[in-house]
Write a protein that binds this ligand. Structure first.
Ligand code: NAD
Length: 411
């Protein structure tokens, strides 16, 4: 299997489609994007020079609903990367029960090279030149290099173009611009809700031990909820290194240490551990929440966790997963455990469409209901079809998409 992300995504698609017995015409339809858009626009920089930017938007499949998801501003952005992500979002939306298709886009740019004014003009230009947009067409959200700030500008630009308010047309915008509460914590909290179910369903005790790799937007929120609810987080790491304490780490205080020092390293009362050693700890639940492919064919044989929950995208390679399966170590796949952000983006769209804005308690309780339902559907399919949890999640997603494709009469 190639390291190209699109080849990886298509490999998973074909593997799951085979197990699901999908109609070959549906597989063919899902193997290419519905459309890809590559466009350029000129923009005057602060120094007076004009720079031409290249931008993209990929629409994979919209059988379940309008296109939705992130916008990347990165220097090395490629169309293949965006195609892979758009396919993954098509699957993730279906897994999460979200009535949306998979989209992804962005601009080839390093946002760090831009002034604040240039970033604003760039975000507005993206929205202005995006060929297809609108609450019922394509709803861009944030991703790497974009933030609630860029999304606020994009919404304002869109509303200026159409001449009326349409808060559901852009996601991940600030609450002051009709965004939703709970965006920042959605993915980490969603992983926590999945963890709670895993503890119940797989017979772990309340004092079970947990290791979390990565202490960013996802890992730090997840770890905070684990501590708050009395679970024992024995190891945590970030890109600078890890920390260990057999008695458990107070991840609420650790968040304060991170704000002061910029890292989890040297948190008082803990001993250092390397990122490699963290993954190989004897622990009940291991949660990789940093980057892809950290559990691979090199270290899979040394993994001693009883269960892995993928919070990052693709932290366990397919080769490693086969080895873990043989060792009876279940892996809760990314498409089911980190879908919380996509679910809350859907809640943001609902609020924008209805102009009725939810309190945080409602966002959290609905998130818990939605992510838990998707998790249980995955468990039921895995038991029924005797396949891995990852394949079960993909099969459920593909069968839902196939049903819509057929009822629409597309194939
Ligand atoms: P982030 O950049 O906020 O945090 C990443 C964390 O991982 C940081 O603590 C960083 O120091 C650490 N890290 C980076 N490289 C590492 C390495 N080689 N070894 C160990 N630690 C390393 O990112 P995030 O938003 O928390 O995302 C984490 C993962 O979750 C990514 O795979 C991302 O694609 C996935 N994800 C994020 C969201 C979201 O809403 N943010 C949604 C779905 C999936």
């Amino acid at each position: 299997m190639s390291a190209n992300p699109l080849s990886t995504a298509l490999y998973s698609l074909r593997q799951a489609a085979g197990l699901a017995g999908l109609d070959p015409k549906v597989i063919e339809l899902l193997s290419t994007p519905k459309r890809t858009m590559e466009f350029t626009f000129p923009m005057r920089m602060d120094n007076g020079e004009v720079r031409i930017f290249t931008a993209y938007r990929v629409h994979w499949c919209d059988a379940l609903g309008g296109f939705k998801d992130g916008t990347r501003f990165t220097e090395n952005l490629t169309l293949d990367e965006l195609k892979a992500l758009a396919l993954w979002m098509t699957i993730k939306h279906s897994v999460g029960g979200i009535p949306a298709g998979g989209g992804k886009g962005g601009i080839v740019v390093n946002p760090e090279d831009l002034s604040e004014w240039e970033l604003e003009r760039l975000s507005r230009n993206y929205m202005r030149h995006l060929p297809m947009k609108g609450a019922w067409v394509d709803v861009p959200g944030a991703d790497i290099g974009t933030s609630e700030k860029t999304q606020g500008w994009m919404l304002d630009e869109y509303e200026s173009i159409i001449g009326f308010h349409s808060p559901a047309a852009v996601n991940d915008k600030p609450t002051a611009v009709s965004g939703t509460l709970g965006t920042d914590e959605a993915t980490g909290l969603g992983v926590y809700f999945v963890f709670e179910q895993v503890v119940k369903d797989f017979g772990f005790e309340k004092n079970c031990s947990v290791a979390v790799q990565g202490f960013g937007k996802v890992g730090s929120i997840l770890a905070k909820y684990l501590t708050e609810n009395g679970y024992k987080v024995i190891a945590v790491s970030d890109v600078y290194g890890g920390i260990f304490s057999a008695n458990g780490i107070d991840c609420i205080k650790l968040n304060e240490h991170l704000s002061k020092t910029g890292s989890v390293v040297d948190f008082p009362g803990t001993e250092p551990v390397s990122n490699d050693d963290l993954l190989e700890q004897e622990v009940d639940v291991l949660i990789p929440a940093a980057v892809q492919s950290v559990i691979n064919e090199d270290n899979a044989s040394r993994i001693k966790a009883k269960m892995i929950i993928e919070a990052a995208n693709g932290p366990v390679t397919s080769e490693a997963e086969e080895e873990l399966r043989a060792k009876n170590i279940p892996v809760i796949p990314d498409v089911a455990s980190n879908v919380g952000g996509a679910i809350v983006c859907h809640f943001e769209r609902i609020q924008g469409l209805t102009d009725e804005y939810w309190d945080i308690a409602r966002v959290r309780s609905q998130l818990k209901d939605w992510i838990t339902r998707a998790y249980h559907q995955m468990l039921a399919t895995a038991a029924d079809k005797k396949v891995s949890l990852r394949m079960a999640a993909w099969i459920n997603a593909l069968l839902k998409i196939e049903a819509s494709v057929k009822k629409r009469g597309w194939v």
